[in-house]
Ligand binder design. Structure first.
Ligand SMILES: Nc1ncnc2c1ncn2[C@@H]1O[C@H](COP(=O)(O)OP(=O)(O)OP(=O)(O)O)[C@@H](O)[C@H]1O
Length: 264
């Protein structure tokens, strides 16, 4: 099957006061229709820049991104970005926020669709609430519903759950998996959280330090719901952390040394 998204040898840098900071250095990746790809990488390596290029919010200096064979020259209707910053309008109710991006159908159709998605993310009964009346986790669910209601083919998620507490993070991950089972989207997720990637993704791409390119990819074949205590997933987690330069055994040894030195 042809790839849904083709990222073809892209390069991207930023020039300031005559100095160029090279951020992406010849990166190629293909994402299949309906695939869930997670991207992890060292802090500041260029993950968000990559996401902006893939979603059309920034243009590469060279190379190209193609969706269904068509080169991306700007943000398109087939994809929606969910970021950590949030884009819920505070002056609109939950229902109005969900109806905002809908431009087809009668007002009654739009309302019914908005309410369906509010229910899907567990916000039934809060359709008339304003964002200020919701918790952080509920707001994030409005955000997800707002992205899903327009039925995008592609979800671009840049650290979408990083502002949430651990429990809400787990709940929303499960919510997302459930929705993805019902409605097939192609997903690209950027995350700092290796366990989140292991829990959700079909494939995990590890980026190198800046200027970034793909260092290694991991195929995650375990069926959902996954148990992170699974030996293969644990092994993969160790390998990914090691790719990221976070070798846990070494780090523990190093910190034990420090403790011993302090005690001496
Ligand atoms: N618009 C811009 N102009 C100049 N430099 C930029 C711009 N956007 C990003 N950068 C620089 O590009 C580099 C990569 O930034 P980016 O935000 O893509 O990294 P990241 O991997 O997402 O970071 P983090 O892990 O902290 O979320 C950084 O050094 C950043 O300062």
């Amino acid at each position: 099957m042809d790839a849904k998204i083709v990222i073809d040898d892209i390069r991207k840098g930023f020039t300031r006061k005559g100095e160029t900071l090279q951020v992406i250095d010849g990166l190629s990746l293909q994402v299949k229709d309906g695939e869930f790809v997670a991207i992890v990488g060292p802090s500041g390596c260029g993950k968000s820049t990559l996401m902006k290029v893939i979603s059309g919010f920034a243009l590469p200096d060279s190379g190209a991104v193609r969706i269904d064979g068509v080169e991306v020259r700007g943000p398109g209707p087939q994809g929606i970005v969910i970021s950590q910053h949030g884009s819920v309008f505070p002056w609109l109710t939950v229902r109005e926020n969900l109806m905002f991006g809908l431009n087809r159908g009668t007002p009654a159709d739009k309302r019914a669709l908005a309410d369906h998605y509010a229910e899907m993310v567990g916000l039934k009964g809060f359709e008339n609430a304003y964002p200020r009346e919701l918790s952080g986790g509920m707001l994030k669910r409005v955000e997800i519903a707002r992205a899903l209601v327009v039925k995008p083919q592609i979800l671009y998620m840049d650290e979408p759950f990083s502002a949430l507490d651990a429990l809400m993070n787990l709940r929303i991950r499960n919510e997302l998996l459930r929705i993805l089972q019902e409605e097939r989207h192609t997903v690209i997720l950027i995350t700092h959280d290796v366990e989140e990637a292991l829990y959700l993704a079909d494939r995990i791409v590890v980026l190198s330090q800046r200027p970034t390119t793909i260092q290694r990819t991991f195929q995650v074949t375990q069926a959902h719901p996954r148990r992170l205590s699974n030996a293969q997933l644990q092994q993969m987690k160790d390998e990914i952390l090691s790719e990221l330069g976070l070798d846990l055994d070494l780090d523990l040894d190093a910190s034990a040394d420090v403790v011993e030195q302090r005690q001496a």
